[in-house]
Design a protein around this ligand. Structure first.
Ligand SMILES: Cc1cc2nc3c(=O)[nH]c(=O)nc-3n(C[C@H](O)[C@H](O)[C@H](O)COP(=O)(O)O)c2cc1C
Length: 484
């Protein structure tokens, strides 16, 4: 992962914990309305893909066990991981692209309701993503995958050569020479792996995304409603299709790109389609970026405008992240696909303990506060969720006291200790295991390995009945809380 040059090492904060009485009077443990429902506390577990589904994208027993463990901590809300809205194979990512997924998802809802004694609200994150392929071996790319064109013939000064001869000549070139002969896109396909963009409108499926996506999202939301979820979170953040429409790099000329108005058009159409296809009480919010972080990306002023648009049409919540883009991702190894959390934008999305003078904690607080202030100034009321390096009660309470957000997201902290919420609420915060922000979990995600936390995945590994990862080396879920 990318690291700031300063490389200053940080430890988890050594803050004080509230007594049960103080917690009961705190803002963090006060209720908050979201649309027509309310959360019992202002704590939120943001979406995290744990690689627990199967090739069919189904809710497996591992998925149920995973979310049951989080629900035992009784946070205000859990957002189920990014779940694919299409009915197409996408590896072991959870899917909601067909009615056959409804029974499994229903079970997931029931599991969370039971484990949290009905205290935790449950949302599911709906995602669409475009094709990305693994980085090919250079030889294979030149001899098989590359489409030979007249431009290659011209640059190689062999106008009449057949494809085989052109390929042989390309294979004999150095990388520097190849970079001159290949187009920018061909060079990227060879050195990073093929990746579709929303601007590839010469591809029919991409040109037609604005016609297709509202329906796919709204069908998925209807299934989520039938399964019993309290609502959906539309994934408009990070490296995926909808965030790419919002991106400053979206130069589509069909009315769905270019200006801020053009870039927000499809996300708004998706929202309206979802709203029309679900009951009024069903919660519809989104996850979006305060900043794309890479140089040509959208900035805070874009996000402020987008948030205003989303709030104006009646979105029920706005959950903020930052970065997490392909645009500045590191070159993957041959045989691996690019991963959107390897560049600086990835660092800003999941800051690690090796940081700069600002540090890894709360890097998104001020941007979210700015957006929220702007919404308030325009009398737009929508709960805003902030996240990023938050792991203590005092951090969270101070954000709420300063009116910088309405709800606090704890992603990696809840992985480190799913009981954090109950421990703090009961005045036992000192017993919480605090995240080190080493990004061990993110490293597993990058390799598409079952996500666990280094702080507990080897604990009591040999105890009977402990379920283990496929390599047998790690436990799958955090051990039960033994109150000390
Ligand atoms: C293993 C892992 C998987 C993640 N998957 C998702 C995801 O599916 N959707 C999403 O919006 N964010 C995802 N994230 C980002 C988190 O939701 C969160 O924004 C980020 O970790 C920063 O918050 P934190 O400092 O509280 O961990 C993931 C993070 C991790 C560590």
């Amino acid at each position: 992962m990318w690291k700031p040059v300063e490389r200053i090492k940080y430890k988890a904060l050594d803050d004080e914990w509230p007594s049960a009485d103080e917690a009961a009077k705190s803002r963090l443990f006060s209720s908050v309305a979201i649309g027509d429902i309310s959360l019992q506390q202002r704590t939120w577990i943001p979406a995290m893909v744990p690689w627990r589904s199967n090739e069919e994208g189904e809710v497996t027993q591992d998925v149920l066990d995973w979310y049951q463990r989080f629900a035992e901590g009784k946070p205000g809300a859990i957002v189920i991981e990014a779940t694919g809205i299409r009915n197409t194979p996408s590896g072991p990512l959870l899917r909601i692209g067909d009615d056959r997924y409804i029974p499994g998802l229903k079970k997931l809802v029931q599991t969370v309701r039971a484990a949290s004694d009905g205290k935790t609200r449950l949302f599911i994150q709906l995602i669409d993503f475009m094709t990305i392929r693994r980085r090919p071996d250079t030889q294979k790319f030149l001899s098989r995958f590359l489409t030979i064109s007249d431009a290659h013939r011209t640059l190689l000064q062999m106008p009449d050569a057949d494809d085989g001869v052109v390929r042989d000549n390309l294979l004999a070139l150095s990388l520097e020479q190849l970079q001159v002969v290949l187009t920018e896109k061909e060079w990227e396909d060879m050195s990073f792996g093929y990746r579709e963009r929303v601007t590839d409108t010469h591809i029919n499926e991409i040109a037609e995304l604005p016609q297709v996506l509202p329906r796919l999202f709204s069908d998925a939301a209807r299934r989520a409603e039938l399964a019993g979820f309290d609502g959906v979170e539309l994934h408009f953040a990070h490296a995926y299709t909808m965030a790419s429409f919002l991106s400053a790099t979206n130069s589509r000329t069909d009315g769905y790109g270019g200006t801020q108005e053009g870039r927000v058009r499809l996300p708004l159409e998706v929202y309206h389609a979802v709203r029309e296809n679900t009951a009024k009480k069903f919660i519809v919010g989104c996850r979006m970026l305060t900043d794309e972080i890479f140089e040509q990306g959208s900035r805070l002023n874009d996000a402020t405008y987008f948030a205003e648009q989303f709030a104006s049409v009646g979105m029920d919540f706005l959950s903020f992240s930052r970065g997490g883009k392909f645009d500045d991702a590191k070159q993957p190894k041959v045989g691996w696909a690019a991963y959107p959390y390897t560049g600086q934008s990835g660092y800003e999305c999941m800051p690690s303990f090796i940081s700069d003078s600002f540090g890894p904690f709360g890097r998104n607080i001020n941007p979210v506060a700015h957006i929220r202030e702007n919404l308030a100034a325009k009398e737009l009321k929508v709960p805003c969720i902030t996240a990023g390096g938050i792991h203590t009660f005092m951090q969270a309470e101070s954000i709420l006291e300063k009116d910088q957000a309405d709800i606090i997201g704890f992603a990696r902290q809840s992985l480190a200790d799913p009981d954090w919420f109950e421990k703090v609420r009961q005045g036992l915060g000192g017993q919480a295991t605090l995240c080190r922000f080493s990004n061990y979990c993110e490293g597993l995600d990058q390799k598409h390995k079952q996500v666990t936390c280094e702080l507990w995945d080897r604990v009591d590994l040999d105890v009977d009945g402990v379920s283990k990862t496929s390599d047998g080396k790690r436990r799958m879920i955090a051990p039960a809380w033994k109150s000390s």
